[in-house]
Design a protein around this ligand. Structure first.
Ligand code: CUA
Length: 357
């Protein structure tokens, strides 16, 4: 708990820029509630022990101080009752704490029954969120999204976390504990919240140049809105480009532009319902419905201002970004690519930003 508190205060700095408070004291998550009550129990015991020990200390110092005792005090060795007390009381205290801790660990790591399953993959320096299709999920096919995890409020979310390249750690402090994302390993744990809202998450294990820029958002929607989102995401087919600009952007995205030495975006990115099926970079299917860019570095208007510089040379605006630069694309082509990816939108009712009460 001490480590968590320390790490949380370190993260408050990066939360401020997003206008959100990262807090392990957010009581809308059952994980945080259970850890809180466990901590209160231990703190109360510590206070009682502190008062007891302080009392004994001052009592002894006062009662046996030198000016009250001129004669030589009794000389003796050993006191069985005192020794039994000194061993017995700590054993009882530690046993109580062990039972409380084991109980809390069991409560906050339940066996998923009707939880919503999401596969989370950390990569330098972004997050993939994949909803495997199943009747329990309300979908039959897999849905994926990059850097924005949409969940229903009031339901346990079973996160199975892994990594592509190096070790990362998934942590949205308001929703539950952190877990390492380790290549080749899959670990399942649960997060939850009762309260719809947007929560900040961050990679919490040093993983390279843009560790601090490896953020994500958790958008917790009321159940009905979540159901609308996931149903639309499931049946989503990217809208066909309509304007001349979008069509040029579409062509560069799918085929690249040989005259400018630009490789197709589609070899690394996926757009549901188009030939683009790359899995190297974030899924772009609902890019127009997202609110963040660069794994949560920019939001809203700031995000729009950074799309073209990002495509042109992302490592110049985010250290360590692995997307190759597109320096020779003309301003027109960059604008057209932006127009195309912004046209990739979920239908209005399913666009999750703005549906948060
Ligand atoms: Cu990924 Cu730090």
């Amino acid at each position: 708990l001490g480590a968590n508190l320390g790490a949380a205060s370190v993260f408050l700095g990066s939360a401020a820029s997003a206008g959100q408070i990262l807090s392990i004291g957010d009581m809308s998550s059952s994980y945080n509630r259970n850890i809180w009550w466990m901590s209160i129990a231990v703190i109360v015991m510590a206070i009682v022990i502190f008062i007891g020990v302080s009392y004994a200390l001052f009592y002894t110092v006062n009662k046996f101080r030198e000016d009250k005792h001129t004669a030589e005090p009794d000389q003796f060795h050993g006191n069985n009752r005192l020794e039994q007390l000194l061993i017995g009381v700590p054993v009882i205290i530690v046993t109580i704490i062990t039972i409380l801790a084991a109980r809390t660990m069991a409560i906050v790591n339940p066996t998923p029954t009707d939880a919503l399953h999401v596969n989370v993959t950390g990569a330098q320096f972004w997050w993939a969120f994949e909803y495997p299709g199943s009747p329990l999920q309300g979908t039959t096919g897999t849905v994926t999204n990059g850097n924005e995890l949409v969940i229903p409020a009031g339901r346990q979310i079973a996160i199975t976390v892994t990594a592509k390249d190096v070790i990362h750690a998934f942590w949205a402090p308001n929703l539950g504990g952190q877990r390492d994302a380790i290549p080749g390993s899959k670990k399942t744990f649960q997060i939850d919240t009762d309260r719809p809202g947007v929560y900040q998450g961050n990679c919490s294990l040093l993983c390279g140049a843009s560790h601090a820029n490896m953020r994500f958002k958790v958008v917790a929607l009321p159940k009905a809105q979540y159901d609308t989102f996931i149903a639309a995401a499931q049946s989503y087919k990217a809208p066909a480009p309509t304007t001349a600009s979008e069509r040029n952007g579409y062509n560069i995205f799918m085929q690249g532009k040989a005259s400018a030495g630009a490789a197709p975006c589609s070899s690394c990115h996926r757009v549901q319902g188009t030939p683009a099926a790359g899995a190297v970079g974030p899924d772009m299917s609902f890019f127009g419905s997202r609110n963040t860019l660069g794994a949560g570095i920019w939001e809203g208007k700031e995000r729009e201002a950074h799309i073209q510089p990002w495509i042109k040379h992302c490592a110049a605006v985010k250290p360590g970004c692995e997307m190759p630069p597109y320096l020779s694309l003309s301003a027109q082509d960059l604008g057209d690519l932006e127009a195309y990816i912004l046209s990739l939108k979920l239908p209005d009712a399913a666009a999750y930003w703005g549906k948060v009460p």
